[in-house]
Design a protein around this ligand. Sequence first.
Ligand code: URA
Ligand code: CA
Length: 426
Amino acid sequence: MNLFEVRRAIERKRDGEALADATIEALIAGYVAGRIDEAQIAAFLMACVLRGLDEHETETLTRAMIASGETVDLGLDAVDKHSTGGVGDTVSLIVVPLVAACGVPVAKLSGRALGHTGGTLDKLEAIPGLSTEMTIERFRALVREIGCAISSQSERLVPADKKLYALRDRTGTIPERGLIASSIVSKKIAAGARWIVYDVKCGRGSFLRTESEARALAGSFVRLTESFGRGAIAHLTDMEEPLGPAIGSGVEAIEARDFLRGTRRDRRLEAGIRHVGEAMLEIAGAPKERLQRALDDGSAYEKFVALVEAQGGSRSALEEMTPLPARLATAAQSGFVDSLDTVALGELGHDLVASEGAFAGVRLAVKLGDAVAQGEIVAELYGGDDAAEARLHAAVSIGAVQPRSRTLVIESIGSSSPSRITSAIR
Ligand code: URA
Ligand code: CA
């Protein structure tokens, strides 16, 4: 595509016309090869944000992005899960070994922390010695040998997304459903999983402001994934409060360890684990009852240790992890927890880790709606100073009225063709 042809494509999108497959393919290939000017791609992206991408354009874009790099052939049927980003969402660290312990291989590519939300890679790397950098060959070998792996995004998979995402990030062009869906689904498809479970957050603390936006994105994830012959389930889940009690990379790794070995299981986190874990088993055709058994008999914890060891960590370092000394934050008055500022809590956890290391952070002792008495502990603050404690108090609001209880999973959007799905269990 020459300069004029690219300009014509931008103008067409700007004026609300649909783009031909060949145009989208040429734009992506030309951009990745460095033949198309970044200014033109930025203008094109803005036109996409303003006009939207239809389903067919989104599918073509996704296909073109996948074609920009390699794809992984795992040589077996594996499941993956993706969350659109939450606070206190320690689910991946727990559910990956848990589902693998149930006999369903899990091949997970993860990302870094984004804004106030935590990143699975940062949490995992808080475990001493552990690395998430690996070749595609090593990723494949780990999934085949121990049944699971959590890897950072390889440079060889979807290089178009790396360039496009960085450009979108600095040009205000992140929030368009087709761009988001193509970015996420291209990476999931390229990484080789047969089935993908999406956890789409909505409410305070999520990137999607309204339930209808979240529902539309969840629908796009499912249809787009199916268009590549893979199975998908998407859950819409509530983010009006952090999912689990721990916030901060290292304290979340500790929460995952303690959850798996059964020493401490937060009820809301457990509900989150159950929904995602059961969906992963269900879509792979495995009995859901295995989840509880793997938690009870220690096999999920042993699988976690195997994953940690295979990725460079050790059992002893895992078991010795401990948070920084705690300060106890107590309720200044009696009442009900009537709001939790999810974004502020995520930012506090992030800032504590940035200034004091992986084992600084927060562990909430209360949930939305809990009754608290004056002087009762509402949270433990690991590290931090008086200013951090003030931020914590500002984020935990206690009032006279108990808020209505909320359900964690708002809706499930299933694979429309479960009969096509074959079982990973033999
Ligand atoms: N995360 C991604 O990887 N891509 C997006 O577009 C948004 C969030
Ligand atoms: Ca608690």
